[in-house]
Design a protein around this ligand. Structure first.
Ligand SMILES: *Cc1c(COP(=O)(O)O)cnc(C)c1O
Length: 355
């Protein structure tokens, strides 16, 4: 249990217009901070007015990217209640990220307590317009001033919060995807299964190429053979082929998404066969598309929840998924997950944590 010292702002900011929130453009009045020093452990948990950080220019995070992050949301129900979706899963995943990057662990209970405390202080910032939410960004940075490559002896853990607009202002919208056969996102033994900034820096070139080609996201193939489908942009990816739902196994190069695990559970409840243990090759996907068996493709992640894929481009061949629209399974997952998250549907799974 953290002892969190709260210092409230004396100059609250005006709230932004809920119809033009966008993503990541506005930040709330407060932030959570906690420090780590060798010999002392995590200490000085506190909430302070939102402010810029002061870092030594030699702080190790700036040079060697010893950094972890999480992404989650606080939702406001129609009754005005504020709630989180499976926050302990984010805490568990942050622990595995910290382990891989040699950052000291933060107990899951402390993580959830920190997130809840910030949301509570900034409760008025959780927007209420349909589809809007308060996006939460917990992250840890290595703060020791040291240019030698080693494990930092000091860290700061922070949580910031950003009111965000509806991802789909006009309903679900299928996207066009570029299958990347040159750059890779992750390799076995690397950091593809954890959430760290370095993964994203390395993904930008592929993303930029896809944009230049007129596609909105990259479908990443495995780093060794460039053969098996792994993720789409910063989302997990599902394929419904001839009645069976398939997604890449989380075996070291795929990020274990909380939306992914929730979709698998719902699909199995509904009686679908879900194969998340067998790798799926891009050839199989393209062949299924050509024979009319590629029924649905969608990405999953906290930001978009579920993102339907309408077209795939791979090595000169552009194919349409299903009829290019939104498949019934994609739509049902979207409706069910958003229903639970915003409180319109009962929480039969115990996934909701009120703040
Ligand atoms: C965060 C992330 C996801 C989605 O995870 P959720 O827990 O569902 O938000 C998928 N892939 C990558 C690479 C990610 O960073």
């Amino acid at each position: 249990m953290l002892d969190i010292k709260v210092t409230k702002t004396t100059a609250p900011k005006p709230k932004p217009d809920q119809d033009h929130l966008g993503f990541g453009s506005f930040y709330t009045d407060h932030m959570f901070l906690m420090d780590y020093d060798e010999g002392q452990g995590w200490h000085s948990a506190r909430i302070e007015p939102y402010h810029p950080l002061q870092l030594d220019p030699a702080a190790m995070v700036l040079h060697y990217a010893q950094e972890s992050f999480e992404g989650m949301k606080a939702y406001r129900t129609a009754e005005g209640q504020v709630q989180l979706f499976r926050p302990e899963k984010n805490g568990e995943r942050l622990q595995s990220t910290h382990q891989r990057l040699c950052i000291p662990a933060i107990p899951v209970e402390d993580f959830v307590q920190a997130v809840k405390a910030l949301v509570d202080v900034d409760r008025d910032w959780v927007p209420s317009a349909p589809g809007t939410s308060l996006y939460l960004r917990p992250f840890t940075i290595a703060t020791e001033a040291q240019l030698g490559v080693k494990v930092s002896s000091s860290y700061q853990f922070l949580v910031i919060a950003s009111p965000s607009g509806a991802y789909y202002a006009e309903g679900l919208d299928p996207v066009k995807i570029y299958v990347e056969d040159e750059y890779v996102r992750a390799a076995p033994g690397g950091t593809g299964a954890i959430k760290c900034g370095g993964n994203y820096a390395a993904s930008l070139a592929g993303q930029q190429k896809a944009h230049q080609m007129g596609y909105s996201q990259v479908l990443w193939l495995d780093g060794i053979h460039r053969k098996y489908v792994e993720e789409v942009g910063s989302m997990n990816c599902f394929f419904k082929i001839d009645g069976v739902v398939r997604t890449a196994p989380c075996a070291g190069t795929v990020l274990p998404g909380i939306t992914r695990m929730s979709c698998i559970e719902l699909l199995r409840d509904w009686g679908y066969t879900v194969d998340c243990d067998t790798r799926l090759s891009i050839q199989e996907v393209m062949e299924a598309a050509h024979s009319g068996k590629l029924e649905e493709v969608f990405g999953t992640g906290t930001a978009a929840v579920v993102s339907p894929v309408g077209k795939l481009y791979y090595e000169g061949d552009e194919v349409t998924v299903g009829d290019g629209g939104i498949g019934p399974v994609t739509q049902r997952l979207y409706d069910t997950l958003t229903g639970i998250q915003w409180g319109a549907l009962p929480d039969e799974k115990g996934w909701i944590v009120p703040v």
